[in-house]
Write a protein that binds this ligand. Structure first.
Ligand SMILES: Cc1cc2nc3c(=O)[nH]c(=O)nc-3n(C[C@H](O)[C@H](O)[C@H](O)COP(=O)(O)OP(=O)(O)OC[C@H]3O[C@@H](n4cnc5c(N)ncnc54)[C@H](O)[C@@H]3O)c2cc1C
Length: 395
């Protein structure tokens, strides 16, 4: 007889899985639900730093390491200090986040943890009462639940014809200086003054004190660089643009984020895809943290109210996908340089409008204003082509 062992299985205890768990633990509706969290890793490494912007504090406010209200933008053609009110730009460290959720879970006996590699999913099945169950497959057994919330990418993303796949790859150094060098009230959002020979390339710099900053070298390209190229670029930037002669590297991070308009699965029976595996990364910017927060909040809301967990993409997401596809097409086919596009957008619009646009939360009026700041001759034919491809895919 097939029975469920849990109400919910959270497959993958990274940003999406633990954001969902945290939201469930904060809501009395879930206090009697049996929740299993499974991850191959013990999540004991500070493997990433999340930055994001928001207007109102959300559930991870207490672990924000640092925040900024002013951001610098630099390129060969435009430089400005961007005032981003009503937004605040925030930073959370990965390990702080993992530990925060794990220590909260100690107060919730309904939450169990398993450190094990998941091999895949069971076929959808029903219990004796006819309820649909979904399960994970481990090396020696399967475990069933009503829902599996999955953030594990079992297969590499494969884009189909007319879909674009770029990699956002980056290396960051947290550096410490003996003398005070940084203004911790202001971060550098994008600095395009570095070589654009590989494609869209920029630095960002996030100072957390007068003597400490994360400096990150970021590219949107088809292929990765040899590992020494990232170090060389960071070294040159710190010397030539930050004018820092001596520093110590106290932490390093490297990451790759998919930038694609390939459509990823949202649900399969009771398996619900979350995080990057569920496409919750903004294809044109690589930002995912806020999209993950919005998605996990929507899942909790749907479960509480007995609604379908996967809702069809609304108008803001559909238009966001159109804009992302358009920008990806232009960058992929090198029809215009990313540095020129972002320079024009920031030059001709309020930074807060651009941030809302990148969050898929801007009004149609704002979208049109932002779009009018890039060359119509380049963007309009591409946007029309992408719109027609989207319509064909929907039919
Ligand atoms: C270095 C780095 C920096 C980033 N910085 C930002 C940022 O500043 N702002 C932003 O918005 N986004 C950022 N991102 C993008 C995105 O927010 C993160 O990738 C985020 O962690 C995605 O969350 P996720 O839950 O989808 O995946 P993850 O956080 O990667 O979680 C997936 C989990 O699945 C587990 N797992 C994988 N395979 C298995 C298996 N077979 N069995 C069991 N467990 C498994 C992994 O151990 C992992 O814990 C960054 C990404 C990286 C890599």
């Amino acid at each position: 007889m097939l029975t469920k062992s849990y109400d919910y299985i959270i497959a993958g205890a990274g940003c999406a899985g633990l954001s969902l768990l945290m939201r469930m633990m904060q809501d009395a509706f879930f206090s009697q639900k049996r929740i299993l969290v499974v991850d191959a890793s013990g999540k004991t490494r500070n493997d990433r730093t999340w930055c994001f912007w928001e207007k109102e504090p959300d559930i991870f406010e207490s672990i924000v390491l640092h925040s900024w209200n002013k951001l610098d933008f630099f390129s060969e053609t435009y430089a400005a200090e961007l005032s981003i009110q009503p937004y605040t730009y925030k930073m959370i460290q990965g390990l702080t986040f993992y530990n925060y959720v794990k220590s909260e879970a100690k107060h919730h006996p309904n939450v169990s943890w398993l450190q094990e590699k998941i091999q895949g999913f069971t076929k959808p099945a029903t219990d004796d009462a006819g309820n649909l169950l979904s399960g994970i497959v481990l090396s020696d057994r399967s475990i069933y639940a009503d829902y599996v919330f999955n953030s594990i990418q079992f297969e590499p993303i494969r884009s189909k014809p007319h879909q674009y796949y770029l990699q956002q790859h980056f290396k960051g150094w947290t550096i410490q200086t003996k003398e005070p060098f940084f203004d911790s009230g202001k971060a550098t959002f994008m600095d395009f003054r570095v070589s654009q020979e590989h494609g869209t390339t920029f630095m960002y710099m996030l100072p957390t004190s007068a003597t400490t900053a994360l400096v990150e070298y970021t590219l949107f390209t088809k292929d990765l660089l040899p590992s020494e190229s990232y170090d060389r670029a960071l070294k040159e930037y710190i010397a030539e643009y930050l004018h820092i002669p001596e520093y110590e590297i106290i932490h390093e991070e490297f990451g790759i984020i998919p930038m694609t308009n390939a459509l990823l699965p949202q649900t399969n029976g009771g398996i619900v895809y979350i995080g990057i595996a569920g496409g919750q990364v903004k294809a044109s910017s690589g930002y995912a943290f806020r999209f993950i927060q919005k998605k996990t909040a929507a899942i909790v809301d749907a479960l509480k109210n007995g609604r379908a967990v996967s809702v069809k993409a609304g108008f803001p997401d559909v238009k966001g996908l159109l804009y992302d596809s358009t920008l990806l097409h232009i960058l992929y086919h090198q029809k215009m340089k990313g540095s020129a596009i972002f320079s024009r957008i920031f030059k001709h619009n309020q930074a807060s409008d651009v941030l809302a646009f990148l969050d898929n939360e801007s009004s149609l009026f704002t979208d049109l204003k932002i779009m009018s700041s890039v060359p119509t001759a380049v963007f309009l034919p591409v946007a029309l082509r992408e719109l027609s491809l989207m319509q064909k895919r929907r039919n």
